[in-house]
Design a protein around this ligand. Structure first.
Ligand code: ADP
Ligand code: MG
Length: 238
């Protein structure tokens, strides 16, 4: 659990500037959703938080520490991707335990932690399978378990439900909400899906062309869209 402060973040890919002075304060335990159309810079900002993309200019603090240039492993974050990104040659058990390999924990301690998250995500029947022997929804559960087992300060989710069919998407959305209620880990969740944003977010960051167009609770964004872009995107009255 941790607060996050983004100050005037910018990102340039070669000559193309795709993030323009992005500011955000995320509170401890908050569930923040980045919502916006494809190409508006949601993944880029998330990847800068994770340390998977360099920050061009600006500063980033996580838990009061300046991590602008810190290595991914030194930020206290764990990320879940749209395409699951599991290790295909490893079993489910090994995939989940992999993140703890440098934790200094004993084999028994690792087993206990893995078993805890396996219970939490109902993965017990699949422990000896390889990812290819599981459905998309099951694979994404494994990816979520792999993130949780690290007990990070911050969870980062990049469209984790976008590859799933409607029913699974809804199930896993409910599960993610429950997990947040239980663990209270500060979360930044990227989606282009309004329903996900409205149901999961404490606050929504509505993105447009590399910056926040409006930041507010789902209720505020829906009932008081500040710009025509927000009103159009949300389809709210006004
Ligand atoms: P979103 O996640 O909101 O769909 P992205 O952050 O992926 O948006 O992309 C924002 C912009 O940056 C887009 O114009 C995209 O084409 C561009 N972009 C993303 N990644 C790269 C990259 N590695 N190199 C060059 N341009 C990129
Ligand atoms: Mg994206």
């Amino acid at each position: 659990m941790s607060n996050i402060t983004c100050k005037k973040l910018t990102k340039k890919y070669a000559d193309l500037q795709v993030v323009h002075g992005f500011d955000l304060e995320v509170k401890d335990e908050e569930f923040i959703v980045f919502l916006g159309p494809s190409g508006c810079g949601k993944s880029t900002i998330l990847r800068m938080l994770a340390g998977l993309e360099d920050i061009t200019t600006g500063t980033l603090e996580i838990g009061g520490r300046d991590v602008t240039t810190a290595e991914p492993g030194e930020r206290g974050v764990a990320m879940v991707f749209q395409n699951y990104a599991l290790y295909p040659h490893m079993t489910v058990r090994k995939n989940i335990a992999f993140g703890l390999r440098r934790s200094g924990l004993s084999a028994e301690e690792i087993d206990t932690k893995v078993n805890d998250v396996v219970q939490m995500l109902a993965l017990a029947p699949y422990l000896d399978r390889k990812p290819a022997q599981m459905s998309g929804g099951q694979q994404q559960r494994v990816a979520i378990a792999r993130a949780i087992v690290k007990t990070p300060e911050v969870f980062l989710f990049d469209e984790p439900l976008s590859n799933l069919d409607a029913k699974l998407r809804q199930q896993l959305r409910v599960e993610i909400a429950k997990l947040h209620k239980k663990l209270k880990t500060t979360t930044v969740f990227v989606t282009h899906d309004q329903l996900e944003a409205m149901t999961l977010a404490d606050r929504i960051v509505l993105m447009n062309a590399g910056n926040a167009e409006q930041i507010g609770t789902p209720q505020e964004i829906y009932t008081k869209p500040r710009t025509l872009f927000v009103a159009d995107f949300i389809g709210s009255p006004s």
